[in-house]
Structure formats: C-alpha cells, structure tokens
Ligand binder design. Structure first.
Ligand code: HEC
Ligand code: HEC
Length: 244
C-alpha cells in the first residue's frame, strides 16, 4: 500500500517535471523566435495586434463611463452573472465584479464582434447593449464593484507544482497576486471561480476562445488538463488585493 502510494507520487512528480521542462523549452523557443523576428519583449511593449483597439472598442475605451447608468444597463445581465456581478461559484457564470475596465470592454466588444465565441450571451450583449457609451458605463460600474473571497475553489491538488508553474509562466502577465494588468488587457484572475478559470484555460489552449493572446496560447499548449486544473485552483486561492 505504502509502496504503491510512493510509486504513484513518483510518477506524478515525473509527469510534472516533464511538463515543466516541455513548457520551459517551448517558452525559450518562442522567445528566441520573437527575438529573431525583431519583436520587442512583452515586458516593454504593449503594441500587440491581437488587442488592436479599433471601432467600437476604441470608442468605448475613450468614453468616460458612468457607473449609475451602468448599473441600470446591467440589470438584464444579472439573471446569469447574478447580483453585484458575483457570478456563480460553480463557475457556470464568471464573476465580473472588480475586473479591469479595459478587460471588460475588450471582452464585451470581442463577443459582439464574434471574435470571442459566446452563443448564450451574444443575444444579450448584441440586443440590450446599445453602443460604446453603454459598454463604457457597464465596464466602469462592474470594475468598481467589491470582490469577496467567497469564490468557488478547486480541490487543492498539486498546489506546490502549480505555484511553481504559475510563477514561472504566468506571473509576467497575470501578476504575482493574480492582479492582471489593465493597460495591457491582461485579466485579473484572483477572486474568480475555479471552474470558470479551468474552462477558459482549456478553451484558450484548444483555440476555442478565439480572441486570446497568442503568447498565452503558446505557453498553455503543452500543458495537460490536470496541470490546467491545478493552475486554476491556485489562482482561485490567491489572496485578494486592492485593485487600484
Ligand atoms: C444567458 C446568460 C448570460 C447573460 C444574460 C449575460 N452573460 Fe455575460 N457571460 C455568460 C457566460 C456563460 C460567460 C462566460 C463564457 C465562457 O465561458 O467563455 C460570460 C462572460 C462575460 C464576460 C467576460 C468575462 C471574462 O472574465 O472574460 C463579460 C464581460 C460579460 N459576460 C458581460 C455581460 C454583460 C454586460 C451582460 C449583459 C448585457 C451579460 N454578460 C449577460 C453568460 C451570460
Ligand atoms: C503574454 C501574456 C500572458 C501570459 C504569459 C499568460 N496569459 Fe493568461 N491571459 C492573457 C490575456 C491577454 C488573456 C485574455 C485573453 C482575451 O483577451 O481573451 C488571458 C486570459 C487568461 C484566463 C481567462 C481569464 C478570464 O477572466 O476569462 C486565464 C484563466 C488565464 N489567462 C490563465 C493563465 C495562466 C494559468 C497562465 C500561465 C500558464 C497564463 N494565463 C499566461 C495573457 C497571458
């Protein structure tokens, strides 16, 4: 019994080791390719094409949002995203409260433009959201809502390995505390529901989300479902911080 458990653990550790190694090699080769193509490092440059702000997105980003109007517009969304945009702990609907304004605008306009596929929500953001000003209003209202630590968490498996992987591969964009980066459209991931985070990472890895940062796609491509689940779990447990 004891030996079997020991073997199981050794096998699991080997799998994680291999995954980390593969991730490292891929990361290094992606960086080398970027350097060869004369790209600037993502640390110093936010000049990406995947997040090109044009049309409605650009107008919404430039508009000054009004949280009171946004609250009224958001009423139609509460059936799914719940009161105060807390989402559901089972992850079926994400928490929107406290997310960066820029990220919310990008995601809403990407869904409206069909860049991020979301068939259940499309009729709502298509018919009920009127235009850039309305989008800006909703985004500012949501970004200012408080976030609790009562989000859905995972089963707590492989957390030491997940921390190592997160610090190595994800911190650069999503931040040490999962705070994201508003200026670069990197979402905040702390305080979010575990199952939603897990679903999104799988969708991004498998190319099903449509609008994701290609740099993140490269990084998650070699990771297994188990590794993505452990990472989602890790992010769901990150301590909350004051977003601004
Ligand atoms: C019928 C249910 C439903 C309604 C109504 C709905 N949404 Fe959603 N929304 C979803 C689902 C499901 C997702 C997550 C999709 C996924 O898993 O990719 C989502 C995702 C989002 C996201 C992206 C969150 C993120 O972290 O990237 C934003 C922003 C959003 N919704 C805003 C709204 C707004 C604003 C409204 C009202 C105008 C609205 N939603 C109405 C179901 C809904
Ligand atoms: C180069 C920057 C970058 C790196 C590195 C990166 N991400 Fe992301 N991530 C993004 C961006 C940008 C998005 C939003 C994509 C979009 O616009 O649809 C995102 C989205 C996500 C989401 C969905 C959040 C939501 O609210 O819908 C999760 C979960 C996530 N990343 C986890 C990770 C994990 C875990 C890692 C490390 C293995 C990682 N990311 C590495 C940039 C990055």
């Amino acid at each position: 019994m004891k030996r079997a458990e020991h073997r199981r653990r050794a096998r699991a550790a080997a799998r994680w080791g291999l995954g980390l190694l593969a991730a490292f090699v891929l990361h290094a080769s992606a960086l080398a390719q970027a350097a060869a193509a004369g790209e600037k490092s993502p640390d110093k440059d936010s000049d990406y094409t995947w997040d090109a702000a044009q049309g409605e997105k650009l107008q919404a980003l430039a508009a000054k949002g009004d949280a009171t109007r946004g609250e009224i517009s958001f009423e139609v969304c509460q059936g799914c995203h719940r009161r105060h945009a807390q989402g559901r702990p089972d992850g079926s609907y994400p928490r929107l409260a406290g997310q960066h304004r820029s990220v919310l605008i990008k995601q809403m306009t990407d869904v409206r433009a069909g860049r991020r596929r979301n068939d259940t929500m499309l009729p709502f953001v298509d018919r009920h959201v009127i235009g850039p000003q309305d989008i800006a209003d909703i985004a500012v209202y949501l970004s200012e809502l408080p976030v609790g630590s009562d989000n859905g968490k995972g089963p707590g498996r492989d957390q030491a390995e997940a921390e190592q992987l997160y610090r190595f591969q994800c911190v650069e964009c999503h931040g040490e505390q999962g705070q994201g980066d508003a200026a670069r459209f990197y979402p905040r991931v702390n305080g979010q529901h575990y199952r939603y985070l897990r679903r999104e990472m799988i969708a991004i890895r498998d190319g099903a989300r449509g609008n994701a940062d290609p740099k993140m796609v490269e990084i998650v491509k070699p990771l297994s479902d188990a590794q993505l689940a452990a990472l989602a779990d890790y992010m769901s447990r990150l301590p909350l911080f004051a977003p601004r």
